[in-house]
Write a protein that binds this ligand. Structure first.
Ligand SMILES: Nc1ncnc2c1ncn2[C@@H]1O[C@H](COP(=O)(O)OP(=O)(O)O)[C@@H](O)[C@H]1O
Ligand SMILES: [Mg+2]
Length: 303
């Protein structure tokens, strides 16, 4: 299979000082994450708020540099390349940010927004109109500003911007997270149509396992900075293995992530919420292992 992106043992730690600069809080946002993005296979990344999804998306694009680990684009290591040398990579792998209210520059017209994302030789009016048509936005919107648009329209512009330059892979970070249910359906349909038309590969990030399993071929489940389960989408959704994935399917038992460190920092991060925990889970963190073909899990229940 043709690999577009590969992340190998990525670690990212944020250290935040309080306003006096005295107390420090450390968050391990990504803890030894390895993931492959293969051409033509949509990969879903699912997990609750705070599990590290956005940090992973930004690290895949090297908008955030990892503290450890490597990122490969088409099997060439790019982790330490400068922004200048990453330009070609970033035109081929694009991102749709989580919040279209924040991600569009309020001072730029829609036309300027799209033009800035086009390769310089392409930045003419007809090209902008073509891209707008692809995402269902009338050409008369060229002169409008983001604040004149609805949430759904802004997200269409964010998608149009990601498409400029014809990427091969689009990382969509909760692209429908701020939209009402009807607009969400329209945006998801649009993304599906564009995938076919432009032969795109998506990395689709969401806290909603149902949406991810409908759209994606593969799913990685994240919990507190780690991938706890990974596999073919139908296996992960129909036969979830990790207690956390099971909880995601059943919101009644799903617990919100406690931002504080778990009491048992040596052990499994899910220990506080796990109904199947064993003694060993308090003091050891399970590695992710392949349990069935193309279906891996990090849980001692399966060792
Ligand atoms: N720039 C940052 N500075 C400090 N902490 C951060 C920063 N970005 C993310 N974090 C922390 O990293 C963790 C993962 O955040 P994030 O990747 O945004 O999760 P998600 O997208 O799954 O909601 C959270 O605990 C968050 O508070
Ligand atoms: Mg996020």
């Amino acid at each position: 299979m043709d690999k577009i992106l590969r992340c190998e043992k990525i670690r990212k730690v944020f250290i935040v000082k309080d306003f006096l600069g005295v107390n420090k809080r450390t968050t391990v946002a990504l803890n030894d994450i390895s993931i492959n993005i293969e051409k033509g296979l949509n990969t879903g990344i699912v997990g609750e708020s705070g599990s590290g999804k956005t940090t992973l998306a930004r690290t895949m694009l090297l908008l955030i540099k990892p503290d450890a680990g490597s990122v490969y684009y088409r099997e060439k290591e790019i982790t330490h390349l400068s922004d200048n040398n990453l330009r070609d990579f970033r035109s081929k792998v694009r991102i749709i940010f989580q919040n279209p209210y924040k991600s569009l520059n309020p001072r730029l017209t829609i036309e300027r927004t799209i033009k800035e994302a086009l390769p310089s030789c392409d930045s003419h009016k007809q090209k902008v109109e073509d891209i707008l048509a692809q995402v269902g936005i009338p050409k008369t919107y060229r002169t409008k500003y983001p604040h004149q648009l609805s949430g759904g329209e802004r997200q269409r512009i964010a998608i149009a911007r990601a498409l400029a330059g014809i990427p091969e892979c689009v990382i969509a970070d909760e692209p429908t997270g701020n939209l009402d249910a009807t607009t969400e359906v329209h945006i998801l349909r649009l993304l599906e149509k564009l995938k076919e038309k432009f032969n795109l590969t998506y990395v689709f990030i969401s806290h909603n396992l149902k949406i991810v399993s409908d759209i994606c071929n593969k799913i990685a489940v994240m919990y507190k900075g780690r991938i706890v389960e990974e596999g073919d989408a139908c296996d992960v959704s129909k036969n979830p293995l990790h207690p956390y994935t099971k909880a995601l399917w059943n919101p009644d038992i799903a617990q919100p992530i406690d931002e504080k460190q778990t009491k048992y920092s040596e052990g499994c991060a899910f220990i506080d919420s796990c109904t199947s925990r064993k003694e060993r889970c308090f003091c050891e963190n399970p590695e992710i292992i392949e349990k069935e073909k193309n279906h891996s899990v990090a849980c001692f229940l399966y060792e």
